[in-house]
Design a protein around this ligand. Structure first.
Ligand SMILES: C[S@@+](CC[C@H](N)C(=O)[O-])C[C@H]1O[C@@H](n2cnc3c(N)ncnc32)[C@H](O)[C@@H]1O
Length: 339
């Protein structure tokens, strides 16, 4: 797998962007800073600079052993409550409007008539960025949470969007349906991310683009501990590998993050990168997968459910506090210095 990752990285473009007003200090996989990247440049990663993360545990796990809140029933209940404060309390720490616009830029939403699906679209925060470029009537928001979708339905610019409940790993769209597939901050809940990315491939048209925005794996030990128990924080190489295995070509990854992090990535970021790939041939993905491992219809043991849910919510709290900590650091440490 390591060699597959290395050659994957070799063929993949990494893009970096300097957050406005701040030197882009970024971070490497060792928890320090990654080299400055130009505002708009794309950099081909060579084997000599290949990323070898110093992380103990792989972000991937068998789909049958999801992390806390990664089981679909847990995700459903998690958003039953989180949807109440999602837009006003949760999002501002992790997913700001300028990050969203930056992350959507590689999706190349260049025509108002494009058909776009926003998978795991939730309250429609990312969809609000999409409808700046594409007519709302051509956009479908899909999410597993009726509570999140209820919030999207209240947003005026989204009133012409189609809003449907569904599962990212089993999309209710025909093959070769959309011009663009967008999914932001949802992959971390999917027990089988490779299956979700294979679905992304299937539903877009020949030459269409998928843009998946998601978290990145931390390197700082405490953040890594919480990431390892809660949800899924993939490594950048994993995204690349999943896209390439699904059949995507021209896979690119762009690093994103809130401005006040000054590019720091050692704590991981719930919205840490935007990965894009182009569909080179019509039809289904060349990747063959067996049946879904997770059986959501099976009744869950209530005690185990509550135990997993509480631990998951505690780990989630840690990730609510990290951006606050980074914001305070940004206020204290003189500008231009690494934090
Ligand atoms: C962090 S929110 C992101 C929402 C939105 N994309 C945004 O940018 O604000 C993650 C969303 O993914 C949804 N989700 C989680 N697992 C899903 C699945 N298997 N299928 C569809 N949606 C899913 C959740 O219900 C939630 O609304």
């Amino acid at each position: 797998m390591a060699s597959a990752m290395l050659s994957g990285a070799d063929r993949t473009l990494f893009r970096g962007r300097t957050p406005n007003g701040l030197g882009f200090l970024g971070s490497d996989f060792h928890g320090k800073n990654f080299p400055k990247m130009n505002l708009v440049s794309t950099t081909r990663i060579s084997k000599s600079r290949a990323i070898v993360p110093r992380c103990s545990i792989s972000a991937s796990r068998p789909a049958s052993q999801p992390r806390f809140i990664q089981h679909k029933k847990e995700a459903f209940w998690f958003y039953r409550f989180l949807s109440i404060v999602y837009d006003h309390v949760i999002n501002p720490g992790h997913w700001t409007e300028d990050m969203r616009d930056d992350a959507l830029e590689p999706a190349d939403l260049s025509d108002r008539n494009m058909i776009v699906v926003d998978v795991g679209g939730g309250t429609g925060f990312t969809t609000l960025g999409i409808v700046k470029h594409v007519d709302a009537k051509n956009v479908t928001i899909l999410d597993q949470s009726p509570h999140q979708l209820a919030k999207a339905k209240q947003k005026d610019p989204l009133k012409d969007c189609k809003i449907i409940e569904g599962d990212a790993e089993d999309l209710p769209f025909p093959t070769d349906y959309a011009d663009r597939y967008v999914s932001a901050g949802s992959i971390e809940y999917w027990p089988d991310p490779q299956r979700g990315i294979k679905e992304a491939y299937r539903v877009i048209k020949l030459g269409g683009k998928a843009c998946l925005i998601g978290p990145v794996y931390p390197t700082f030990w405490l953040s890594r501990f919480f990431a390892d128990v809660w949800m899924l924080f993939p490594k950048e190489e994993e995204y690349i590998e999943w896209f390439q295995k699904a059949g995507f070509k021209d896979v690119q990854i762009k690093r994103i993050g809130p401005k006040w992090y000054r590019g720091v990535r050692r704590h991981g970021l719930i919205m840490g990168c935007s990965v894009t790939g182009v569909k080179p041939a019509s039809g289904d993905s060349p990747l063959q997968l067996g049946p879904k491992a997770e059986d959501v219809s099976k009744p869950a043991n209530r005690l185990v459910f509550v135990y997993r849910f509480i631990l998951g919510a505690l780990a989630a709290t840690y990730y609510v506090l990290v951006p606050v900590y980074m914001w305070i650091k940004d206020q204290i440490v003189p500008k231009g210095q690494p934090i």
